[in-house]
Design a protein around this ligand. Structure first.
Ligand code: MF3
Ligand code: CO
Length: 258
């Protein structure tokens, strides 16, 4: 992903629009979550998300982004991210990751989550919970006075402490008028020589742990999009758009059921 190095600090009025875009994205994620049901296709999940976004006056930012063919990335089991919705039916015991963006009045909200279909294995339950909690561990450091890498270090430590691994090939990102802005927000400790900016009030970023139950290596399927764990172990994803303030971070894509 090539992006400009400029970190755009949002003004009060821009933040207000970001809040609205993020709220729509969060609502769309809830719709997707409710559509994770035995017998429904991944395309039906996408449809529920897409309709919610449009009904709320926003645009599904993923649709057509770099040629992606849908509003929602729907990734099942060993699929980590960027699954293409289609005819595949979700079954009891599957875990389903839903990732979407909504553009509203020129600003983008982005969120993701992994949800169980019916009763899932103990390992799957733990993976979902650890991935979600890793986000909250990470954002303890999403404050003025810390650097971007403090977030990733906390995510990595928590995930590895629970016996799972963090994906290295994909990272979180700044967000605003574009879905992807600087800075990159890795889910691992800073690598020497990589940019590691300080967090500043008014930054809006996406923190998005991508976690494998087994090894962290991933590969891309022949459809050109779907990212799967190389060892085909289960994977989960959890993402929110957050705002750096002069106190605790504000989770812009928060909803009461995620
Ligand atoms: N929501 C994803 C992200 O964070 C992007 C999906 S890729 C797309 O970064 F091509 F589907 F847009
Ligand atoms: Co994102």
């Amino acid at each position: 992903m090539s992006m400009s190095d400029t970190i755009y600090i949002k003004s009060k009025s821009e933040i207000e629009i970001m809040r609205q875009a993020a709220l729509i994205a969060a609502g769309a994620r809830s719709m997707g979550r409710q559509a994770v049901r035995d017998g429904l296709t991944t395309r039906q999940i996408d449809k529920a998300v897409h309709e919610f976004i449009v009904k709320n006056g926003a645009k599904p930012s993923c649709l057509g982004y770099a040629g992606f063919p849908a509003a929602t990335c729907v990734s099942v089991n060993e699929q980590v991210i960027h699954g293409i919705p289609g005819r595949r039916t979700v079954k009891n015991g599957d875990i389903v990751s839903i990732d979407l963006c909504a553009t509203y009045k020129g600003f983008v909200g982005d969120c993701a989550g992994t949800y169980p279909c019916g009763e899932v294995s103990e390992e799957a339950k733990k993976l979902i919970e650890v991935t979600r909690q890793a986000f909250f561990e990470g954002i303890r450091f999403a404050k003025v006075g810390y650097r971007i890498s403090d977030i990733g270090a906390a995510v990595q430590e928590y995930v590895e402490g629970n016996g799972f691994s963090v994906v290295r090939d994909f990272v979180g990102h700044g967000i605003g008028r574009s879905m992807h802005e600087a800075p990159e927000v890795p889910n691992y400790r800073a690598e020497r020589g990589r940019p590691n900016p300080r967090l500043v009030k008014g930054m809006t970023i996406c923190v998005e742990p991508m976690v494998c139950a087994g090894d962290w290596h991933v590969e891309i399927l022949s459809d050109g999009w779907t990212v799967v764990s190389r060892d085909r172990s289960l994977a989960a994803h959890y993402e929110n758009t957050i705002l750096i303030t002069d106190g605790e971070p504000e989770i812009l894509t928060m909803a009461d059921d995620i």
